[in-house]
Write a protein that binds this ligand. Structure first.
Ligand SMILES: CC(C)(COP(=O)([O-])OP(=O)([O-])OC[C@H]1O[C@@H](n2cnc3c(N)ncnc32)[C@H](O)[C@@H]1OP(=O)([O-])[O-])[C@@H](O)C(=O)NCCC(=O)NCCSC(=O)C[C@@](C)(O)CC(=O)[O-]
Length: 304
């Protein structure tokens, strides 16, 4: 039987949070609907953060109230503190995500507090989630480098991951926020984390700024990672990581996993159609190479 890999689709949050102009809620809803219909079962749909800092994610509550429901589809949202969690838990969500960093400077720039303070802020979030049996995912940013500090120690990545896990996060997503790492570094970082935490509690989150994301993912698959974050059409970036491009494109990831004989339950053509929908709305070409190749084949086919 083919081995299963879980893809966590972060385009509607990580992707759209970095757009120069906010995407209307109706368009965000249609994007999520198309992604769910393509077979994605875990979709991060927005965040409850300061609307002055990230205006693109305003309207996440309205979005959650209107999203169509699909069997087995998990809708997750990012929350930085109790204020965000209090709002989120009143809405139909299946997962919360808290986000910390392995770099002090990135933590300050992104969420206006130190790493230690951020973990303290997550305590009431975890309590709220536990009281309502809502699972929580924990992100660690800058696992292979920081836009402000440069090198980040693997020790710091492992330490923050362990502390998030001890708080009760069921899964830790290790994020190469600025897409700076290469496969051997990625593998060494994942192995160090897996020496202290179960491998099936680790996910990887690669931005593709330097074209390394798929190579890094392949290295991490070899180390036993089976949960991977990606973004339709390769949308995204973090407003506090200047110059960072989007996550690995979901279409490219599904294509590679299909070719490796790994099972995702996702229809690559349907994801490409969702990518085409949002790329048209944004008025630019998709960043997915597979989606571009599929579009060319479709044109050739219809010309025959
Ligand atoms: C984290 C805070 C909220 C700290 O906020 P703070 O420390 O209170 O201070 P602040 O000056 O940054 O913001 C204060 C304002 O935020 C409000 N506020 C406070 N909390 C909330 C809340 N939950 N929901 C809505 N509003 C909130 C608060 O009421 C106040 O409102 P104001 O007086 O200015 O009108 C703020 O700094 C912030 O929103 N930062 C943006 C963080 C963010 O969304 N970053 C992008 C996502 S992380 C990411 O992309 C990386 C990841 C996860 O993908 C993995 C990877 O690739 O590395």
């Amino acid at each position: 039987m083919a081995e299963h890999v879980t893809i966590v689709e972060v385009g509607p949050r990580d992707g759209l949070q970095n757009e120069p102009t906010a995407v209307p809620v109706e368009v965000r809803i249609e994007l999520v609907r198309q992604l769910a219909q393509a077979g994605l079962r875990s979709i991060e749909v927005g965040s409850f953060v300061s609307p002055r800092r990230i205006p693109q994610m305003a309207g996440t509550a309205e979005l959650l109230r209107s999203l169509p429901r699909f069997d087995e589809v998990i809708y997750g949202v990012l929350v930085p503190n109790e204020q965000g969690a209090l709002e989120a838990v009143e809405l139909p969500i299946q997962e919360l995500a808290v986000f910390a960093s392995a770099s002090e400077t990135f933590s300050q720039r992104n969420i206006n507090c130190s790493i230690d303070e951020s973990l303290d802020r997550f305590l009431p979030v975890m309590e709220l989630a536990q009281a309502r049996s809502i699972p929580v995912r924990g992100y660690v940013s800058c696992v292979l480098g920081c836009p402000y500090e440069g090198k980040v120690s693997v020790r710091s990545v492992v330490d923050v991951s362990r502390r998030l896990s001890a708080l009760g996060c069921r899964e830790i997503s290790l994020g190469d926020t600025i897409g700076i790492g290469t496969p051997r570094e990625a593998s060494a970082m994942v192995r160090a984390a897996a020496a202290e935490l179960p491998i099936d509690s680790l996910a990887v989150h690669f931005h593709d700024t330097r074209g390394q994301a798929l190579a890094n993912i392949l290295a991490c698959l070899d180390d036993g990672v089976r949960t991977i974050d990606s973004s339709v059409a390769g949308l995204g970036g973090c407003p506090y990581a200047p110059g960072a491009s989007g996550n690995v494109a979901t279409e490219d990831l599904v294509y590679m996993l299909d070719g490796l004989g790994m099972e995702t339950g996702i229809d690559v053509s349907a994801v490409a159609a969702a990518g085409d929908f949002i790329s048209r709305h944004l008025g630019r070409a998709t960043a997915s190479k597979v989606a571009r190749a599929l579009a060319v084949s479709a044109k050739q086919h219809s010309a025959l």
